[in-house]
Design a protein around this ligand. Structure first.
Ligand code: HEC
Length: 256
């Protein structure tokens, strides 16, 4: 460490004021990133808050099959006639789930009628058959049916957009972190803190950026995006706080 004995506290008053203001600016930037992250991702799965599924949607894409479709496809209920099963599946895959539910044009093959005749013996709230499934999974009204009728397909962000975002983030954040890291090295704090936070920030950033791309082929990488991003943000925030303290705590006599 002898090659780098500069301590920020030894710098002139004006320099320390300037550095403090810039540390604050970095802090504002971090806060804005956190807000943007929440604002940008929270609504992908129509649940409040940023969930793992939101991020999975953004970086990998999500494909879920509607419970009604998977039940019909696996041959449930056994007694359903082949043609009626087909009618229901065609409807569920049509993109006209709402419009055709009780369509008069479809006559007897309108989904509402098919469901009433074939499903409600068990899936009505007070049905006696079906071991109480009607109370747990009712299909009596469209409000019941629509909860199980929609397959979800969320496309990940286009490669073009991801490349632009990577380009912007990788270059600016890496440069920013090098600066913060060297400021941190020029502080009085124990070596393990300075070196450790520098390492965590670097690894966090590269893990996050790599995760964005790896997650496209496998959703298993999405947790790494979260862990790396959180590590990066925390290491950076802590580094900024330590730099700030170094600038304004009373001088300390050093024996180096
Ligand atoms: C003979 C009674 C009976 C009939 C008729 C019946 N079901 Fe079911 N259904 C059940 C039972 C019991 C379960 C729970 C066990 C299982 O999943 O197989 C169930 C489960 C389901 C589930 C899975 C719910 C979940 O956990 O996500 C769906 C979807 C479903 N039924 C749809 C239908 C549809 C659509 C029809 C009509 C075309 C239908 N069922 C007709 C008895 C019935």
């Amino acid at each position: 460490m002898s090659a780098f004995t500069l301590r920020l506290r030894e710098l002139g008053f004006g320099t320390r004021v300037g550095l403090s203001a810039l540390v604050l600016a970095f802090g504002i930037g971090l806060a804005a990133s956190a807000w943007h992250l929440q604002d940008h991702h929270h609504n992908r799965d129509e649940q409040p808050g940023v969930s793992l599924e939101d991020l999975e949607g953004a970086y990998h894409g999500v494909n879920t099959t509607a419970p009604l479709v998977s039940a019909l496809e696996r041959g449930h209920p056994e007694a359903l006639a082949t043609q009626e099963r087909e009618f229901l599946l065609v409807w569920l895959r049509s993109g006209r789930i709402v419009e055709d539910y009780d369509s008069i044009d479809l006559g007897d093959s309108a989904p509402e009628g098919l469901i009433r005749a074939n499903c409600l013996p068990c899936h009505a709230r007070n049905a006696s058959a079906g071991e109480g499934i009607g109370a747990r999974v009712p299909l009596e009204y469209f409000d019941d049916v629509k909860k199980l009728a929609f397959s979800k397909s969320v496309a990940p962000v286009p490669v073009r957009v991801l490349a632009a975002s990577t380009h912007a983030h990788a270059l600016s954040l890496a440069a920013m972190s090098v600066v913060i890291g060297f400021l941190l090295i020029a502080t009085r704090w124990p070596a393990f803190l300075r070196n450790g936070l520098f390492a965590l920030a670097g690894l966090g950033l590269v893990g996050d950026l790599a995760g964005w791309w790896l997650a496209r082929s496998s959703a298993a990488w999405v947790p790494m995006i979260v862990a790396s991003g959180a590590t990066y943000a925390l290491a950076t925030a802590l580094s900024l706080a330590l730099v700030f303290l170094e600038l304004w705590l009373p001088r300390r006599r050093e024996s180096s």
